[in-house]
Design a protein around this ligand. Structure first.
Ligand code: HEC
Ligand code: HEC
Length: 188
């Protein structure tokens, strides 16, 4: 009896550790696992101004999808005047509010699982200006054929997370919540 229990405990530890390797990417799994603030997925947006100002042209991306250094570049007066070819200018007060919100909730300030991965993937190197350019995000989609993304009239670009991630607005990007428009059988 005692022996069985001991074996079970060993097995559980081994499983935990092998799972850890898969989950961790480069981060120490124990660091993440034992953090009392560990959370799933990405922190949902909890700022009205952000939702209104940054959700009018596309999904109001969660600040936890990019690191601080990216938001610092994206959220300036000059950067927003030419925001991926669009004018997304804000008055000074609104800009301060959205910028402060993004900097306080950026990937590297978050204990949410996906944000941790994004923070790690962007720790070194230039600040990405697109979430879809983050190594971790690219890797998660590299097997998807172009016809399902760019060639898909109801998606058009990987930037439009919510076209496929049905719970993206709530910060959930889990595989189980994916549905690709026009490709109901994409998994086969
Ligand atoms: C006037 C329309 C407009 C507004 C307002 C706007 N954006 Fe954008 N945004 C765009 C366009 C256009 C793109 C490029 C999309 C593409 O390439 O398909 C983009 C792309 C982005 C991307 C990169 C997405 C990716 O991973 O490819 C981020 C991040 C982003 N916007 C953040 C914001 C934030 C934060 C705000 C609020 C301060 C904001 N946007 C407001 C039009 C807008
Ligand atoms: C063309 C549809 C499509 C678009 C657009 C898209 N994704 Fe995905 N995403 C997928 C698919 C398909 C998977 C993998 C599902 C699987 O393997 O079961 C995935 C996987 C992921 C994962 C890994 C989930 C997991 O459980 O490991 C993350 C994180 C993710 N996407 C984030 C994003 C973000 C952020 C955006 C927008 C910048 C985005 N995706 C845009 C289709 C899409």
């Amino acid at each position: 009896m005692m022996k069985n229990r001991f074996t079970a405990a060993l097995l559980a530890t081994a499983l935990l550790m092998s799972g850890g390797v898969a989950i961790a990417e480069e981060e120490s799994f124990t660091q993440w696992w034992f953090s009392p603030w560990r959370h799933k997925e990405v922190q949902p947006v909890a700022n009205k101004v952000w939702n209104e100002e940054c959700g009018s042209c596309h999904l109001a991306y969660q600040p936890g999808l990019l690191p601080t250094k990216s938001w610092e570049k994206l959220l300036t007066e000059t950067a927003l005047a030419d925001h991926f070819g669009d004018d997304a200018s804000l008055d000074a007060e609104t800009l301060k509010e959205v910028r402060d919100y993004a900097l306080a909730n950026a990937a590297d300030k978050s204990y949410h699982k996906r944000s941790r991965k994004i923070a790690l993937a962007t720790e070194t190197g230039d600040a990405p200006l697109r979430i879809s350019d983050v190594r971790y995000i690219k890797r998660k989609h590299h097997e998807l054929p172009e016809k399902m993304i760019k060639g898909n009239k109801d998606v058009k670009s990987l930037s439009h997370c919510n076209k496929c991630h049905t719970k993206a607005e709530g910060g959930n990007y889990d595989n189980d919540t994916v549905s690709i428009p026009n490709y109901p059988d994409w998994k086969d």
